[in-house]
Write a protein that binds this ligand. Structure first.
Ligand code: CP3
Length: 361
């Protein structure tokens, strides 16, 4: 079944039979797979020599905006690791520049947004984003990556979720307590909802543009939403995330990911997504019991990859045993891979996950 059969998937012009039946996309649909598919958040990153060589020549933002380089690092990571899916190289924050906010990545501090939004008038000044014009470089990187990837490797597109993007816009960078974000949310809910609505409209066009360009699945990163109580999530976030997820081109698997979300899992599921991404602060079997019939992605602690091979295998085994061979498990870390991770440890993990507990297709 290797022949491209594009007419069978009219909404997904880059889909082929080979991709459709790949272990990763099968798991996204909750179908049984011959082995547990694995990919790793931030699989193209500083822990990898090939990536560091590219980054020695260009900044992170230049890399994101240069489609042939972004496609190259996307493909290199998959080929080096032997994982089951590629994720397009980009960053959740490329979205903020076209909204009218300047962005810089500083070595020590990470992302810095120089004009954080703190008032209703700041929010009114934000621009609607024309995604083709402003973010066409991401779509082009996806087209090039799709063309260069092996035909059986699905490509994941992604974006930050409305809350996580808003938190960067309001805080101006990383945050511990999200005090400016929450102040805006509690003090001026009307401006808060206007901000999240604007981000959400942009996300619909941006994510569907990625599917049309050649992504077979999407991941929505709500990395910092775990700082909210369930009732605040329901009131201030869920309607917006649901708005985005309801408008994704039908038949596109979406992984809905967050960290520190043990108190929010059911609500995240209510917001949408065919797979829920969980971090290592919850036990995978408990999460699955609570979530019911949905796929689960996760959830090895990225720090485990700093230990030796024996520990890595024992910990990976624990995750796989908790998944218990249920269809719909995608192995991943609970959060992004750390820059100090030895590549050989990642290779050992991928090998272990692929060979442990084989199941019938
Ligand atoms: O997974 C992949 O291989 C794709 C690449 C990817 C990047 N950013 C490139 C990147 C992805 C999926 C992201 C998403 C992203 N970006 C998130 C959500 C995922 C998560 O970790 O929760 C967030 C919160 C961001 C914002 C961001 N970008 C931060 C906080 C930082 C600094 C932290 C750090 O590790 O330095 C970045 C920089 C960034 N984006 C790097 C990479 C590979 C760091 C490496 C570099 O500077 O080259």
């Amino acid at each position: 079944m290797t022949s491209p059969c594009q007419s069978s998937y009219p909404q997904h012009p880059s889909m082929t039979d080979t991709l459709y039946h790949s272990p990763f996309l099968k798991a996204c649909r909750g179908e049984p797979t011959p082995y547990t598919p694995i990919w790793l958040m931030r699989q193209a990153g500083r822990y990898m020599e090939e990536y560091r060589q590219v980054r020695a020549k260009v900044s992170l933002l230049e890399l994101c905006k240069t489609p042939d380089l972004a496609a190259e690092v996307t493909i290199t990571a998959v080929e080096r690791l032997g994982v089951d899916a590629a994720i397009i190289f980009s960053d959740i924050l490329v979205l903020v520049e076209p909204m009218g906010v300047t962005l810089e990545f500083q070595k020590q501090r990470g992302p810095v947004l120089h004009t954080p939004l703190r008032s209703a008038s700041d929010i009114r000044k934000l621009r609607e984003v024309e995604v083709e014009e402003a973010l066409g470089f991401v779509f082009e990187a996806i087209r090039q990556a799709r063309a260069g990837l092996q035909p059986h490797i699905p490509l994941i597109g992604f974006a930050g979720a409305p809350f996580t993007i808003a938190s960067y816009l309001v805080e101006g960078g990383a945050s511990r307590n999200f005090e400016h974000t929450k102040t805006l949310m509690y003090q001026d809910p009307e401006s808060w909802h206007a901000l999240l609505s604007l981000i959400s409209r942009t996300l619909v066009a941006y994510l569907n543009g990625q599917v049309k360009a050649g992504a077979q699945a999407l991941q929505l990163f709500d990395s910092w939403v775990g700082c909210l109580s369930p009732s605040d999530y329901r009131e201030f976030v869920l309607p917006h995330t649901r708005f985005v997820l309801e408008r994704i081109i039908p038949g596109t698997p979406v992984i809905h990911f967050g960290t520190g979300t043990a108190a929010l899992l059911e609500l995240m599921r209510e917001a949408g997504g065919s797979v829920i991404g969980v971090d290592y602060r919850v036990e995978l079997d408990q999460a699955w019991k609570r979530l019911g019939a949905v796929g689960i992605q996760g959830n090895l602690d990225p720090c485990v990859l700093l230990a030796d091979r024996k520990v890595i295998e024992a910990r990976a085994k624990r995750v796989l045993d908790q998944a218990g061979g249920r269809p719909g498990h995608i192995f991943n870390l609970g959060h992004g891979i750390l820059p100090t991770t030895p590549v050989d440890n990642v290779l050992a993990l991928v090998d272990f996950v692929h060979t442990y507990q084989p199941r019938s297709a």
